[in-house]
Design a protein around this ligand. Structure first.
Ligand code: BDP
Length: 682
């Protein structure tokens, strides 16, 4: 077992009672309609049940007296369906579904308003069986809370993956598409099973080769990939080069207001849609980290994105325009410039100027996917502009899939973050699910952690981040515990010791990682470029805008309105005063918002310097415990996966010591303040 099946492992059921129960339901699969997605749903159900129960479902277009699994949509004309659905159907949106047992006939209905709903319902049903839930009495009505549930690949056509920690691209090699697409289908299954409905396949940094993806050279291949995803209800998107008109069109300009530029994109859109009629749209990184953009022509981001949106509009395509725009060549000596301010400063003034089919794609924090940072103040701040939130599943700054860092708890905190945009009760999740301002388009996207390693994600336990991401954005109100429990059972089986151990490892891992890395929300302190491992001053005297300002007296970034960069002023007033005041600012973000002396007393009762020492010692001990917890599962987890995870946990335990020693030594030497507990600091 290599981990390739992920959470769709469908191992043979061992619980005899449940097996007997399931057998009373799973005899006949009834489906009276046809569509490509329904075909997928049927195939998945048949395959899954075959594996779990070792039973072949008999297929029919009519319900029998008993033991039917019925797959149906609003177009199905079967009496039993109409009776079972009752008035529930009005509660469903386009992707929602009903799962319902009929006790009399021992039947289970999987009903979607559309075929997509049926597919999601089938995966839900399989999840229930896999995690050993009785079907005797189920009545479930489910709708995804977010409209766009996307992933972004940062894959390059040479096969490398920017910030990829799980091997090479599953789409590209040697500057073309891979030969064998079967892995892409296996991937689509995994994504559909957690409700993902859109993905890009290439890096946001679109280099010369990838610019050609929207030409006749590659569009036939792009279309083949789109075909595979379509059968699983997933729309294909591409990242495009803002300056395509120059490279491909020979126009010499990418000025968004230039008639020729606009015309070129309109023609290009027609061409793309002639290959892929349901093409989702484009993701654009413009005027960011040396990428071209409208600034070159004295235009703003509304001009740039609207130009593309106009071209895609006739086809219902959308533009996901990234807000990761900041000066990456700033003067590090100038304390008044704050990278954290940049996205808000650039985009907030443009609210209301974007076309209907533009969404602003905003990273969860104002810096860059750190283990801890504030939540972007842009959420909720643009009532008239569609927004989509961007998370990072790939663990660029959180251990690169060599360390365990389960991110669901972090993402939940962000989604639950109170913006006060419309007073109390205005969490980020209500901004991005579109309900707060009735956005036409909205949702959540994330940089994915997948590559061609056998287990997809490098660290097998990092699969939990992908799984959890899909489940969480389907319904941000699910608890971390529910999501985790599902994943562990589906992936490793239901043995209570395994479930308890893996769950505990996952749930503690974010806090452990945070403890031995950068303290109190200050972030960074990583090796430049690859970002793995400790380097306190790695970026301190550089031009990227990522500083901690540690000197002999203190540390932290003063982002207050009163004496600092004024960043706190970008939040709604309640949050401005909450973070502005050192009295109320929470410990975990203290150094993100304030510059304080090492002797400053935290709310936890210890000084900043003592906190740094304590957490770094604790983090290492806990990383060691993670390894030991896993070790206790020897014999309970199949050998390949057992040894694989063990190797990663060993590396983490070892590497955490390097973090501890470098960080503690640095601050001991800077501050000259001894550890109260007299532990070894070099
Ligand atoms: C940073 C990555 C860089 C990405 C950039 C982005 O280090 O590789 O290109 O984000 O999001 O986190 O565009």
């Amino acid at each position: 077992n290599t981990g390739y099946e992920g959470w769709l492992r469908f191992s043979k059921l061992t619980n005899a009672n449940l097996e007997a129960e399931y057998r009373t339901f799973f005899k006949r699969l009834v489906m009276s309609e046809e569509s490509e997605i329904l075909g997928t749903a049927k195939e998945e159900l048949v395959k899954g049940i075959q594996a779990i129960l070792d039973t072949s479902l008999e297929c029919s277009d009519q319900a029998g007296q008993a033991s039917n699994i019925i797959l149906a949509t609003q177009n199905t004309k079967i009496d039993l369906v109409t009776t079972l659905v009752g008035d529930h159907s009005s509660q469903l949106n386009e992707e929602g579904y009903i799962l319902k047992t009929d006790k009399e006939t021992h039947s289970v209905l999987v009903y979607g308003k559309t075929d997509k709903g049926v597919l999601y319902g089938v995966f839900h049903l399989l999840r229930l069986v896999q995690t050993e839930v009785s079907l005797v009495d189920i009545e479930i009505v489910e709708n995804p809370k977010n409209q766009l549930r996307m992933l972004n690949h940062w894959d390059n056509m040479d096969g490398s993956i920017e910030r990829g920690y799980a091997g090479k691209s599953i789409f590209f090699e040697d500057n073309r598409f891979v030969e064998d697409f079967s892995r892409i289908k296996d991937y689509a299954r995994l994504l559909a099973s957690i409700g993902i409905n859109g993905t890009t396949i290439n890096n946001v940094n679109v280099h010369e080769v990838e610019t050609n993806l929207i030409t006749e050279e590659f569009l036939p291949d792009v279309a083949r990939v789109a075909d595979i995803f379509r059968a699983y209800g997933i729309k294909l998107f591409l990242s495009v080069n803002y300056a395509s008109t120059i490279q491909l069109g020979g126009l010499g300009t990418a000025d968004p207001l230039d008639e020729n530029v606009r015309h070129w994109w309109k023609e290009k859109a027609k061409e793309i849609y002639s290959y892929i009629p349901d093409f989702g749209g484009v993701v654009v990184k413009a005027d960011s980290e040396h990428r071209p953009g409208p600034f070159t022509y004295g235009r703003n981001h509304a001009d740039g994105s609207n130009m593309l949106a106009e071209a895609l509009e006739p086809f219902d395509g959308i533009v996901l325009w990234r807000c990761f725009v900041y000066n990456c060549l700033q003067d590090w000596r100038d304390r008044s410039i704050d990278r954290a301010r940049a996205a808000y400063d650039h985009f907030k003034p443009l609210d209301g100027q974007f076309k209907d089919n533009v969404l602003l794609q905003i990273k969860n924090g104002p810096m860059d996917f750190q283990v801890r940072e504030g939540v972007s103040p842009l959420f909720g701040a643009m009532p008239s502009t569609n927004q989509i939130l961007e998370f990072q599943i790939t663990q660029e700054y959180t251990g690169q899939q060599r360390h365990l860092c389960y991110l669901i708890p972090q993402w939940k905190e962000i989604l639950d973050f109170e913006t006060y945009a419309k007073g109390e009760g205005s969490p980020v999740k209500s901004v991005v699910d579109g309900s707060m301002y009735e956005y036409k388009y909205s949702g959540i996207t994330a940089v994915v952690n997948v590559g061609n390693d056998m287990n997809w994600t490098g660290h097998t336990l990092a699969q939990a981040n992908l799984y959890g991401y899909g489940r969480l954005i389907w319904n941000p109100d699910l608890s971390t515990e529910e999501i985790t429990n599902e994943w562990v059972k589906a992936t490793f089986g239901v043995d209570p010791q395994v479930v308890e151990t893996v769950t505990e490892m996952l749930l503690k891992s974010w806090s452990i990682y945070e403890k031995y890395t950068s303290p109190l929300g200050v972030g960074w302190m990583v090796n430049p470029n690859h970002h793995y491992g400790p380097n306190v001053d790695g970026y301190e005297y550089d031009r990227w805008g990522t500083y901690h300002f540690a000197d002999l007296q203190g540390i932290g970034v003063d982002r207050t309105v009163a004496t600092g960069t004024g960043y706190t002023g970008q939040y709604f007033p309640e949050n401005t005063s909450f973070y502005e005041s050192i009295e109320t600012c929470p410990d975990e973000l203290l150094l993100f918002f304030h510059h304080v002396p090492y002797t400053h007393q935290l709310k936890s009762g210890v000084s900043v310097i003592q906190h740094i020492y304590n957490t770094h010692f604790e983090g290492v001990e806990e990383a060691e415990e993670l390894k030991n917890r896993w070790l206790a599962l020897e014999g309970k987890v199949d050998d390949v996966r057992f040894r694989h995870v063990l190797a990663r946990q060993e590396e983490q335990a070892e590497h955490s010591k390097e973090w501890r020693d470098i960080i503690n030594t640095y601050f001991y030497r800077k501050s000259g303040i001894a550890d109260e507990l007299n532990r070894t600091i070099y």
